[in-house]
Design a protein around this ligand. Sequence first.
Ligand SMILES: *[C@@H]1O[C@H](CO)[C@@H](O)[C@H](O)[C@H]1NC(C)=O
Ligand SMILES: *[C@@H]1O[C@H](CO)[C@@H](O)[C@H](O)[C@H]1NC(C)=O
Ligand SMILES: *[C@@H]1O[C@H](CO)[C@@H](O)[C@H](O)[C@H]1NC(C)=O
Ligand SMILES: *[C@@H]1O[C@H](CO)[C@@H](O)[C@H](O)[C@H]1NC(C)=O
Length: 415
Amino acid sequence: MKTLTSFVIIIFLQSLLVHIFCLHQTSSNGILEYSSSTFPSDFLFGTASSAYQYEGAFSTDGKSLNNWDVFTHENPGKILDENNGDIAVDQYHRFREDIQLMTFLGVNSYRFSISWSRVLPRGKLGGINYSGIKYYNILINSLISRGIKPFVTLNHMDYPQELENRFQSWLNPEMQNEFGYLADICFKHFGNRVKYWTTLNEPNQQVILAYITGRFPPSRCSSPYGNCSRGNSEIEPFIAAHNMILAHAKAVNIYKTKYQREQKGSIGIVVQTSWFEPISDSIADKDAAERAQSFYSNWILDPVIYGKYPKEMVNILGTALPQFSSNQVKSLNNSKVDFIGINHYTSYFIQDCLTSSCNAGYGAFKAEGFALKLDRKGNVSIGELTDVDWQHIDPEGFHKMLNYLTDRFWRLAKT
Ligand SMILES: *[C@@H]1O[C@H](CO)[C@@H](O)[C@H](O)[C@H]1NC(C)=O
Ligand SMILES: *[C@@H]1O[C@H](CO)[C@@H](O)[C@H](O)[C@H]1NC(C)=O
Ligand SMILES: *[C@@H]1O[C@H](CO)[C@@H](O)[C@H](O)[C@H]1NC(C)=O
Ligand SMILES: *[C@@H]1O[C@H](CO)[C@@H](O)[C@H](O)[C@H]1NC(C)=O
């Protein structure tokens, strides 16, 4: 259907999503040592961050409250240590020191995200806040002057709380227009210097945590997936993801039609991936591992690349899965990504729960594809455990994941 002329998988190996406040580990990890004979000279080594996890300055210079500010203030126990991002690592004020640390590390790129509520405190309604534009302009210029390429994520899970209060944010198609507006403003103000854009960071993980388990704002879910006061874990995540996919397409379309020819940058999306290893050689467990992929990264990437949801999702979810109208298929088809980004953390063993019964557990339910995720098979761990209680070291799984993505999205797209 589509041909990808240039296709690069950009990999972000990071370990920051859940232990949100273990920040700035890079400074103590030592200097990057890599040989130029091993990597091409234009290979980008980088550090990565997100606005809410790094900037702090939560109500400085006209920034409005976002979903994370409200979530952490209303219910401090939601974050370990009752922490929040009010100050975080104060990158808003200390970015010059941070850039010095990056220079010390020897990296040549820095991935960061735009704080939506800093640039558009009320979304489309209230106008641009030029204090926010100025902050990112200075940050971008400072990076470039030190030889560090800015790699900008338009949105990393934060949005003005007003959009939640007014129309339920990602549950409403209106969010597509809001996101397109944000994207346009960012391309217009920063695109003469930013040559790498990603639209959304980990929409798959965001909707799972926000609308299936309810652990991220807006804390919507239903039993048995989580304990929330409202929501529906078997309906809402699929609506939210649908709006995110179409919002992504809108932003890419804006870039391709209004800016790319002149600005000559590239644009893509970043999903979270895990490798899912069948727990046995049975057909049922192998099918379950494929379902696990479809209910995770393929959920987003199949529509982005092929304009349709994976068949495993269609089969299990039926009418709970929104459909793309013919105009939406056209919009997806007209918004080809220049690259696919992945954030890869860990692997799981997968056990089938469709043809045999499983006890409750992560992955076992309908909205998760009836594919139970386990970190051990008997007494064998999927990989050595890190300091994070769900992240296991499995280099072979990472290798398999790259081959899986290449087969599904590169070789197939070319035929
Ligand atoms: C932008 O922020 C400034 C404070 O720096 C504030 O005075 C102004 O009202 C804000 N403008 C908008 C449109 O939010
Ligand atoms: C669910 O949340 C409510 C309110 O926060 C709390 O009272 C209740 O104990 C929780 N139930 C479970 C099973 O965790
Ligand atoms: C996708 O776009 C290509 C042109 O780039 C066109 O040939 C093809 O028919 C389109 N497919 C769909 C499903 O719209
Ligand atoms: C794992 O279990 C097998 C058999 O159940 C046993 O032979 C082996 O010693 C166990 N290994 C460890 C590290 O406990």
